[in-house]
Design a protein around this ligand. Sequence first.
Ligand code: CP
Length: 304
Amino acid sequence: MRHIMNALDLSKDELDDLISLAEQIMENPQKYAECCKGKKLATCFYEPSTRTRLSFEAAMINLGGSVLGFSSADSSSAAKGESVADTIRIISSYADICAMRHPKEGAPLVASMYSSIPVINAGDGGHNHPTQTLTDLLTIKNLKGRFDHLRIGMCGDLKFGRTVHSLIDAMVRYPGVEFVLISPPELKVPDYLKKETLDGNRIPYEEVSDLDAVIGSLDILYMTRVQRERFFNEEDYIRLKDSFILDTKKMKLAREDMLVLHPLPRVNEISTEVDNDPRAVYFKQAEFGVYIRMALILTLLELV
Ligand code: CP
């Protein structure tokens, strides 16, 4: 039995297999429509979600399985003080696989230690969000055609943005990848990630605070929202929330083949006028999330 806590839990070869399976599912979804008949997915979400929870549920339903779960801590016995360890012991006897989101970093890992079914981290605090990373990778592979030799701009809240951390972790494994880290000084990528992951793998990167100055050099621009729920101080959030707004004026400075990704939800950081630009692929990216989660469920349940 296998759990997924971090995108790096999958080797490069396993990742290639997963992406290839997701693309096969995209091409012929009918072929997989009954693969999970009789299987149940539990979605245990202690924190709000639209895409991750519903795309997991859509994925299991598309595979012919069923779903159960809760969408907030308040609607589970966590509100009465039940531990994650006790909850997953119970869920293990109700379902075959579990996707868990939790505001506390490491909570899904704790769950995995007490679980007798595969547990997938669906986002833990500001730490990791591996299935978003898998979604991002499928988007890059499908729309850009490669992972290597890409100049990737990460823009916005790079301190609390767990999707940024997970994507950096995954992309450093490919040759010729470099990063431009675009954020206000207060929201820079954490030092541990720069030291261990970027410096540790000799990945070229620069830290800047001016999007206009670098947008023209990027293959991919990964926008993120400033994460209000992670701030201790509302004043700081208000001061920083509109640090970057991608609009059509900025898009004119970008290459014709640059892709704009965003894990969503968007707040103000991408103007809606950008949505019709063919380089804006964030809605397509959310759609890809269903296929990669279908592939992941099949793989963890050893049905392929
Ligand atoms: N991208 C993402 O995790 O979205 P949700 O918070 O809506 O699940």
